[in-house]
Design a binder for this molecule. Structure first.
Ligand SMILES: Nc1nc2c(c(=O)[nH]1)N[C@H]1C(S)=C(S)[C@@H](COP(=O)(O)OP(=O)(O)OC[C@H]3O[C@@H](n4cnc5c(=O)[nH]c(N)nc54)[C@H](O)[C@@H]3O)O[C@H]1N2
Ligand SMILES: Nc1nc2c(c(=O)[nH]1)N[C@H]1C(S)=C(S)[C@@H](COP(=O)(O)OP(=O)(O)OC[C@H]3O[C@@H](n4cnc5c(=O)[nH]c(N)nc54)[C@H](O)[C@@H]3O)O[C@H]1N2
Ligand code: SF4
Ligand SMILES: [Mo]
Length: 863
């Protein structure tokens, strides 16, 4: 039987239809009826079926590495919290939660700590993600309201994407935008991003601005709009205040500081001025900055001035990252918010306290993520409970986070996966249900609440996150307030609180759902709260019901490049991986797109440092270092480098980039500046490169570089070293044979293999230079049961040449070379390439990259 649920990845919030196969797996398809995706899906969503296996799951509670009963684990957690509070007060306790919890889980965590433990030391990883948007919304609107809807992108005549790589990070919205643009050719797209991303592929204009200079650009735009009279005078007059001060600040901004071509800036300003239906969509290039909140307000100012808000095809639009970033804001799980979009004002504290019948309401905001872990590091917080996030990999200055956890008295983690960088650092490990097994709701970027429904049975002893919290609450004596029996019970309570003494004073009100029965919850169809759009006719949530223009004075990133660290490190995402890879990392086809942790840097900077393509390099900052594969690319500005955030200490020797990322935060939102860290990059004196495929995991010897690459039916590693090749080969061969025993055979061209009873158990190939086709060349031999004579000979000669040139289409496993070949044979459009190879015909995530190949072929023909 098929089950309709919601994708657990990005904030687009696509509907998914899952059909269990009865053997623990499920077929995954897009839900044709879900309003967010209408039958579309992306490569990550399409590969969800490959993430369901249980072999890496945490299935039983553990304390200090020993399996224990739930009773023992819950008693220990409750005892630790009670004891800590008794000895050191409630502020010695903290929760660190996640936009990947369901609303019901999130609600339970927030209620327990803020109402019953008496501290607001709960923060969520949304601090790293949405905090600047929340703060910017509140300053401008008096509430954390996203005014628009997805259909606004389709109805707009100008879509401005600021610091958003939509093509890779919100692929289904990108597909919708692409389709709308095809249908309405007059629509224009502007991308504002220092990097030339795949999103630029549909852009009419790309502004590769100086990193961090967004406030300057939008200030300058505000001043130009005002000077030219592109002003919605009546809207400004009736519904806003603060224009004069904002203009004064804006007029001091000189767009030349953005290091753009003046003609491009003029074009952007001209389009913006002329186009009533304008949407400005923004994401982490805006939020993850020490001036993030000002960036948000600088762009909202331009929409307020022109009155372009809350009407079809218009508005500022904060696109959220995680599937339930919005739900977390609704339950108020940020350290500085309360619940149901309430704050730490006296009336709100009183209201929530009465609703919860809370014995010990927190009365002031708690510590925000970065400061929270600094307080753990100083020993001020003595008990920390982490749920559904991997801070040892995802917080800046991540080595310090790991140290802090190792030295903390009570470290508790609720996780689905047995071994992550964070689980390794925590003493008490509680097994949580994962996506396929959970029930609850999530809210996407356009305020749409959708059900996640379980379609697989609960494995082992794993439990829902809310259940774990409620059990601990009962042990602390709060049984009555945590007596829920189902996610539906929680949803009803959450809905009731949103409507409690509300009468229109708060934007978030789903009180109408407080009486939903179990059947209604089971079948609940996706709906947007607030109905349609907000603010077309004013009605802002400041006491005077007016929006605020905010005077934004540009500031540079907190840490400037120096002689020692002259480059700027930018970080972000790649198309086919999700965060710390605990789920997407299980998929073989998703591994093909970007198999290794790389740093992209400008070819000029690479040349100046003697860094060749494929070289192994070390990045150093004041905070730490990483070791990565270099990929020179003119998509990156000179002076900049880009590293994906995904690789962890579990998957690589030193690809965990947050070890090097600075912990500076925005003074208002507390969001860290993950996009701007001064660094230096240098080539390492690597003597040799290698590739290893083995049936069983290999305990690698000390190497300069290694990374694990997910492969079908075996383990694959790409390695490199600074020691002489001969001794390295001896050490590697010994390591291979420890877990993959059998006779060792030396072949030609650097091949060494263990072949036992005719079956290839493990193979390695080493060479002086980097050969990224070795995995593709050798993998077919691992797929064979018994090698025939010819196959054995071919293998020992180095494997057959069959370089696939990397994966293009993850859905159908089509390589770059196959697409190139189709183009060479005459396929001259996306559709023709699709017809010839199937590439790009399922989820469409690779279409921007196919277009790049098409364009390259056209240029080549023209030359
Ligand atoms: N494939 C994939 N998709 C995801 C995720 C994932 O892990 N993988 N994660 C999800 C989550 S939680 C999030 S938050 C979103 C993030 O989605 P995005 O924000 O789109 O992704 P990022 O790659 O983090 O950063 C966006 C861009 O900001 C640019 N940037 C850096 N500095 C500046 C600057 O000063 N100004 C401007 N204008 N731009 C700048 C970067 O070059 C980068 O291209 O993605 C979601 N979707
Ligand atoms: N340098 C740099 N760092 C970044 C960013 C960046 O752009 N650059 N982006 C930041 C942003 S925007 C974000 S959102 C964060 C994301 O960073 P994290 O939240 O740390 O990353 P995830 O890998 O998504 O971690 C989620 C964890 O929850 C587990 N999990 C999954 N489902 C469940 C469940 O139902 N219950 C429980 N208890 N656990 C579950 C998963 O196995 C996984 O370990 O990273 C931030 N860090
Ligand atoms: S765009 Fe992709 S990752 Fe995002 S919700 Fe949709 S299917 Fe999931
Ligand atoms: Mo995020």
């Amino acid at each position: 039987m098929s089950v309709r649920t919601t994708c657990p990845y990005c904030g687009v919030g696509c509907g998914i239809v899952a059909t269990p196969d009865g053997k623990g797996g499920a077929a995954i398809a897009a839900d044709p009826d879900h309003p967010a995706n209408q039958g579309r899906i992306c490569s990550k969503g399409a590969a969800l079926g490959e993430t369901l296996s249980l072999e890496d799951r945490l299935l039983h509670p553990e304390i200090d590495g020993q399996r224990v009963s739930w009773e023992a684990a819950l008693d220990t957690v409750a005892g630790g919290l009670r004891d800590t509070i008794a000895r050191h007060g409630p502020d010695a306790v903290a929760f660190y939660v996640s936009g990947q919890l369901l609303t019901e889980d999130y609600y339970a965590a927030n209620k327990l700590i803020k109402g019953f433990l008496g501290t607001a030391n709960i923060d969520t990883n949304s601090r790293l993600c949405m905090a600047s948007s929340v703060a910017g919304h509140k300053r401008a609107f008096g509430s954390d309201t996203v005014p628009g809807l997805y259909e606004d992108f389709e109805q707009a005549d100008l879509v401005v994407l600021v610091g958003s790589n939509l093509a890779w990070c919100h692929p289904v919205l990108f597909q919708r935008l692409e389709a709308a643009r095809r249908a309405r050719p007059r629509m224009k797209v502007v991308v504002i991003d220092p990097r030339r991303t795949e999103t630029c592929d549909i852009a009419d204009l790309h502004l590769a601005l100086k990193p961090g200079s967004d406030v300057v650009l939008f200030n300058a735009l505000l001043a130009v709009l005002h000077r030219q009279g592109t002003v919605a005078a009546e809207f400004v007059e009736r519904h806003t205040t603060g224009l004069e001060a904002a203009l004064a600040a804006a007029k001091a901004s000189d767009p030349a500081e953005c290091e753009l071509r003046p003609a491009d800036v003029a074009t952007f300003f001209d389009w913006f001025a002329r186009t009533e239906r304008t949407v400005t969509l923004y994401s982490q290039g805006v939020n993850q900055s020490s001036a993030g909140t000002d960036k948000v307000n600088a762009l909202i100012n331009c929409h307020l001035l022109t009155g372009r808000i809350g009407r079809p095809g218009m508005g500022p639009f904060s696109i959220t990252g995680q599937p339930n970033a919005m739900g977390g804001r609704e339950v108020g799980a940020l350290a500085n918010t309360l619940a149901a979009h309430m704050d730490f004002s006296l009336p709100d504290i009183d209201r929530v306290g009465r609703f919860w019948r809370a014995p010990r309401m927190a009365t002031k905001p708690g510590l925000k993520a970065v400061e929270l872990f600094e307080a753990v590091g100083r020993g001020e917080i003595k008990a920390v409970w982490i749920m559904a996030t991997n801070p040892v990999a995802s917080l800046p200055n991540a080595d310090a986070v790991r140290e802090a956890l190792r030295n903390c008295e009570h470290t508790i983690v609720s996780e689905a996966i047995r071994a992550t960088d964070t689980v390794d650092a925590c003493r008490i490990r509680l097994p949580a249900l994962a996506w396929a097994e959970k029930d609850g709701t999530v809210t996407n970027s356009e305020r749409r609440i959708s059900r996640q429904r379980s379609f697989l049975p609960a494995p082992g002893e794993a439990q829902p996150d809310w259940w774990i919290l409620a059990q601990v609450a009962r042990r602390l004596g709060f049984g009555d307030a945590f007596a829920w029996n189902s996610a539906a019970d929680l949803f009803r309570e959450h809905a009731a609180l949103s409507g409690f003494e509300n009468d229109g004073s708060r934007d978030f009100d789903i009180g109408a759902h407080a009486a939903i029965d179990d059947e209604g919850y089971r079948t609940l169809a996706p709906f947007t709260w607030g109905g349609g759009r907000f603010f077309a006719e004013g009605g802002f949530f400041h006491a005077d019901r007016r929006a605020r223009f905010v005077a934004t004075v540009p500031r540079l990133p907190a840490h400037a490049p120096s002689v020692e660290h002259p480059l700027r490190l930018n970080t972000g995402r790649v198309r086919d991986q999700w965060h710390t890879m605990t789920r997407t990392g299980k998929s073989v086809r998703l591994a093909g797109h970007r198999p290794e942790p790389t740093v992209e840097l400008n070819p000029r900077d690479a040349a100046a440092r003697g860094i060749a393509p494929g070289a192994v390099v070390r990045i150093d900052s004041r905070w730490g270092h990483a070791v990565l594969r270099a990929h020179p690319s003119d998509a990156v500005r000179a002076g900049e480098a880009f590293v994906p955030m995904h690789w962890t200490a579990k998957l690589s020797r030193a690809g965990r980039i947050n070890a090097a990322v600075n912990p500076a935060v925005d003074p208002i939102s507390g969001q860290p500046e993950l996009k701007h860290t001064p660094i230096e990059i240098r080539a390492l004196a690597v003597q040799w490169h290698g590739t290893i495929l083995a049936r069983r995991p290999v305990m690698l010897p000390r190497l300069t570089y290694w990374t694990h690459v997910t492969a079908a039916g075996h383990h694959a590693y790409v390695v490199a070293g600074e020691q002489p090749l001969a001794s390295a080969r001896r050490a590697l061969a010994a390591a291979l044979r420890t877990t993959n025993p059998g006779p060792w055979l030396e072949g030609e061209a650097g091949i060494g293999a263990v072949i036992a009873d005719g079956r290839l158990e493990a193979v390695m190939v080493t060479a002086e230079s980097y050969d990224d086709s070795a995995r593709d060349r050798l993998a077919p031999f691992m797929a064979v049961g018994r090698l025939g004579v010819d196959q054995r000979t071919a293998l020992l000669r180095g494997g057959e040449a069959g370089d696939r040139g990397g994966e293009m289409c993850a859905c159908y496993g089509v390589s770059c070379n196959a697409v190139d070949a189709a183009i060479a044979r005459g396929a001259s459009s996306l559709d023709a390439v699709g017809a010839a190879t199937r590439a790009g015909t399922n989820c469409g995530s690779c279409r921007p990259e196919i277009r790049v190949l098409l364009r390259a072929a056209r240029l080549k023909r023209a030359a």
